[in-house]
Design a binder for this molecule. Sequence first.
Ligand code: CP
Length: 340
Amino acid sequence: MSNIPKPKHFLTTQDWSQNELSQLLEQASRYKANPISDALRNKTVALVFFNPSLRTRTSFEVGVFQMGGHAVVLSPGKDAWPIEIEPGMVMDGDAEEHIIEAAKVLSRYCDVIAVRAFPKFQNWLVDRQDKVLSAFAEYASVPVVNMETIVHPCQELALMQTIQEHLGKPQKRKFLLTWTYHPQPLNTAVANSALLIASKFGMDITLLCPTEDYLLDERYMQAARDNIDEYGGSFKTTYDIEEAYTGAEFVYTKSWGALASFGNWAAEKPVRDRYKHFIVNEEKMALTDNAFFSHCLPARRNIKMTDAVMDADYCLAIQEAENRLHVQKALLDHLINGAA
Ligand code: CP
């Protein structure tokens, strides 16, 4: 047994208090006002991508550069060796090294390891264990940051910064999280995360989805209820579009595959195709209380939301994407230097 203390990771916002997250958001605002610093001078960050990215990769690389540090991007199986995750394997397949060595070696080179590892979309009971991120967190001796697995906590921070910039205090403000259509089943991570962060800041949350098959994993539904108990606000689910939009002050949309059909997507497709009318459009937005709208991006226009909604003044998706840069800088500063 090692006596070396475990580093503080950023795997899910549920491990962090509202106060800790608020301090990160305040520091993010300072970085937004003054982007250049030497807070990461001589520091290095490994960005490990098992899946593609535009915003996450760019915002982390640029953010580290703006703080005087250096980021190394690795894509296992592409420009880095394929990695085995399961313990105790006879490694006679494609993987050339085990995550135990990968995490320990990167810890010798880098001050933070950030990881993106989406679900495999075959078996939710396996995917919900978040094995890649958990293994990095177990074997790394430096802080590990979740760049999206089954939650997307960096996106949560950017969303909350955006909400605060436009609504002020989020407590008791009406937040609608609506499922929207997409031709393929997508990760539930951002939807899970939207529930976590909105409830962590005591918002009045409505979750709108087509049927109970599209409800989110009970782990996150319960976490939202627990957060509401601790921080105030409310949480309800509905399948009624008009009821959900009426009076909303912030509309957040995401598409996700039904957990009830996880891994059986051919069977789910005709079901999902019945709900194309969940698209966010001007008629639905007109039911709201002059709501702002946002999406984590990437977004298929005129599938998830109309051009008119994406191009409206109330659409904050670009601002939320920009805020990824600021919140991640605050996070790295905190994890490496203990700042904020
Ligand atoms: N929102 C987000 O994480 O974007 P990328 O998938 O492009 O990184």
